[in-house]
Design a protein around this ligand. Structure first.
Ligand code: CA
Length: 518
């Protein structure tokens, strides 16, 4: 597709000597991105858990995508899908393996087309970023308090800094440093609210003791799930540990015993002089989880507010697109779980909120299915850069413009590979349409089919229900059609798991910068 065709001929002939940035034809983009932020923890999507006024502001001035999904619901693969516009089996990042930075990515194409490009914060792809004028990233997962970030020139420790604040400030500092005659694309990527859900102390205090409504599937006993959740290690009841609960360890434990203690999930607990066991204890764990997770979310919301304020003050707001998204969803107690990975709704659903002044009608929502494989194409389209034919998604700029797109895809292909893994999630692939979801656990030879019209919370597997025989046939056909369309020949299905680890010398002996966030 040649996107230059989309520029009006009038615009081109009237101002041929001005750069595209000066004509306002190519907007700046700030892509604010977090790790593991469930849509249910954003008041734009769900008002029952937390208030996120700055995300809501973005939504009220822009568009909310209500059906945005990750095609492989885990951090590193999702990031690789976004950079390449390709599924995991094409970009090579099926699990936590190292990203091959020599391949085509949208930042490289934007850079070539004259954009200033930057990557700030959580990268999580092991290899050094490519395609960026500037990058400044956490090693691996990074840490919340006094984080280290490193550039090609070495590391800096932000002593008494809080990661979310630091990323927001670095983002603004970078934008301030830019030349005015080029558009920019800045990826501002937070660690939060990823495990260990470590809030800033003032917010930890604010959320202390709060209780939260339980999701309706919280006490799911997995009667209908059989093999898919057998051996699973993501239930709050059994796997939310002393470390997750931030309980102070008993004094004097030797290192190996301490590690074991931290990784233990207590089955009884003294809280305010009362011994909690059974369901009371599970509910206590859930509330502790929500307190810390949502406090981390609130810091992200503040960080977004800070960036929006800067754009207003600097006059950049009118020609700068602001996007908020996260690498996948997260279970917040649904089915009793924390974590992600599964092809179930809470795990695969990504937030996507976008403000584009003058193009997107304020306060609109879109229910079409889009995925993280569509992001690269969309970003290139926004920048009027040709979309390479080997990218596997599709630009959703027409949807953002509010156009009716008759042939918009009504399904998407999902594949999760990381098996075995610390949460015991079996590998699977599947297809989700607007009404149904079919999942195949290929190592278990086990199928699930959900009727999303009647069962949005996915409690009833109808795969063996005779009433669904036709749906099952149609969905199976659709699964193999889309698997073929995406050219997945199972080549990487059982590729050996190789974790990528950032060599320590890249950020050893960091320079110290003092902050006072903590
Ligand atoms: Ca993640």
């Amino acid at each position: 597709m040649n996107n230059l065709k989309k520029l009006s001929l009038g615009a081109i002939s009237a101002i041929p000597l001005l750069s595209v940035a000066q004509t306002g034809e190519r907007p700046n983009v700030i892509f604010i991105f977090t790790d593991d932020h469930a849509t249910n923890a954003i008041s734009t999507y769900n008002k029952t858990l937390v208030k996120t006024p700055n995300m809501d502001r973005l939504a009220s001035e822009g568009m909310v995508m209500d059906n945005c999904f990750a095609v492989n619901s885990i951090s590193t693969p999702s990031r690789a899908c976004i950079l390449t516009g390709k599924h995991s089996h094409k970009n090579g990042v099926t699990v936590f393996n190292e990203f091959d930075g020599s391949q085509q990515t949208f930042p490289k194409l934007l850079q070539k087309a004259g954009y200033s490009t930057a990557m700030i914060g959580k990268w999580h792809l092991t290899s050094d970023p490519t395609g960026f004028d500037y990058w400044n990233i956490f090693p691996g997962q990074g840490q919340y308090n006094s984080p280290i970030l490193y550039t090609k020139d070495g590391g800096v420790r932000y002593k008494n800094g809080y990661a979310t604040n630091v990323v927001a400030d670095l983002t603004i500092d970078y934008i301030k440093s830019l030349p005015k005659d080029k558009p920019f694309f800045v990826m501002s990527q937070h660690k939060a609210p990823h495990r260990p859900f470590q809030p800033r102390p003032d917010l930890q205090e604010k959320y202390k003791g709060r209780t939260f409504p339980l999701p309706e599937t919280f006490w799911d006993e997995y009667e209908d799930w059989e093999l898919s959740v057998k051996g699973n290690k993501m239930s709050i009841a059994e796997y939310f540990t002393n470390s997750d609960l931030k309980i102070t360890p008993p004094p004097g434990l030797p290192a190996d015993s301490l590690a074991k203690w931290l990784a233990t999930a207590p089955m009884e607990l003294m809280v305010d002089g009362k011994k909690l066991t059974g369901r009371e204890l599970v509910q206590y764990k859930y509330n502790r989880y929500m307190q810390d997770y949502l406090a981390c979310v609130e810091a992200v919301d503040e960080a977004i507010g800070k960036v929006l304020d800067y754009l207003d003050q600097s006059g950049l707001a009118k020609n700068t697109i602001v996007i908020y998204s996260s690498d996948q969803g997260f279970f917040l107690g649904e089915h009793g779980f924390f974590d992600k990975r599964y092809m179930y709704e809470e795990s695969i659903r990504m937030p996507f909120i976008i403000r584009w002044p003058g193009v997107i009608k304020a306060g609109t929502r879109c229910d079409k299915i889009v995925t993280n494989v569509d992001f690269a194409e969309t970003f290139l389209d926004i920048a009027h850069v040709d979309i390479p034919s080997d990218m596997q998604g599709r630009s959703f700029v027409p949807l953002l413009r509010g156009e009716k797109v008759k042939d918009w895809p009504k399904s998407f292909y999902y594949r999760y590979y990381h098996d075995p893994n610390e949460h015991g999630t079996p590998a699977h692939y599947g297809v989700r349409t607007e009404d149904y979801k079919l999942i195949y656990y290929w190592r278990l030879n086990y199928w699930e089919l959900f009727d999303l019209r009647k069962d949005k919370i996915e409690m009833v597997n109808v795969y063996n229900d005779k009433k669904y025989a036709k749906v099952r046939r149609d969905m199976t056909e659709e699964l193999y059609r889309i698997k073929k369309e995406k050219d997945d020949n199972d080549e990487l299905a059982d590729a050996p798991l190789k974790s990528g680890i950032v060599p320590r010398e890249k950020y050893a002996s960091p320079r110290i910068i003092q902050r006072n966030d903590l």
